[in-house]
Write a protein of this length. Structure first.
Length: 187
């Protein structure tokens, strides 16, 4: 996956990830390749893509419950494990420890994506990676395309063990243009 992300045009300018280990582990090979590219080619655009911005707004979905759900490790610990982890990044959204409803999930992801897009626009970033979990991948697809089914169970956007969905801006909105399946990047 990391090698494929290095071939995208326009090149990746920034990386946002759920702060849970599995997402940080998934995106790390790309980060390492990007860091090597920046080292080998000084002055190349994309230094923000060599760090991981931990965005809780695209973190794991936990259903509403009367108890607290797990949280990611502390920023200090994640920085120790993932040196590219940006401890200074302030997440746009933090989900409730008690979980959320499906409607809450849609609201959280929409608010997080809006904040990410606004930040990317302000920073001049043209291409960004969001590394996240299955429920959020499906929710992102629905939000970005505006195709939200009446039945939440409808199988419209697929989330693979390791897959890539690409969305390209078309005028004022975003439109999904490509989805690659699971086996392409899984060894």
């Amino acid at each position: 996956m990391g090698k494929h992300l290095m071939t995208l045009d326009p090149p990746i300018d920034a990386v946002y990830s759920s702060p849970y280990y599995r997402c940080l582990q998934t995106i790390t090979p790309f980060i390492e390749l990007k860091q090597q590219q920046l080292k080998d080619q000084p002055g190349i655009r994309g230094s923000a893509a060599a760090t991981i911005r931990p965005e809780h707004g695209i973190g794991e979905f936990f259903g509403a419950a009367p108890f607290d759900h797990p949280t990611p490790a502390s920023s200090k610990r994640l920085k120790e494990l993932f040196p590219a982890f940006d401890e200074n990044y302030a997440s746009a959204i933090t989900p409730s420890r008690k979980g959320e409803t499906i409607n809450d999930l849609y609201g959280r992801v929409a608010a997080a994506v809006r904040a990410i897009i606004e930040r990317c626009d302000a920073e001049g970033h043209r291409a960004v990676v969001l590394c996240t979990h299955a429920a959020v991948v499906i929710t992102l697809g629905r939000i970005l395309t505006g195709r939200i089914p009446k039945a939440v169970e409808e199988e419209d956007f697929h989330a693979f063990t390791c897959g890539l969905s690409t969305y390209r801006r078309r005028g004022p909105g975003l439109k999904r243009t490509l989805m690659l399946g699971p086996s392409k990047f899984v060894r």
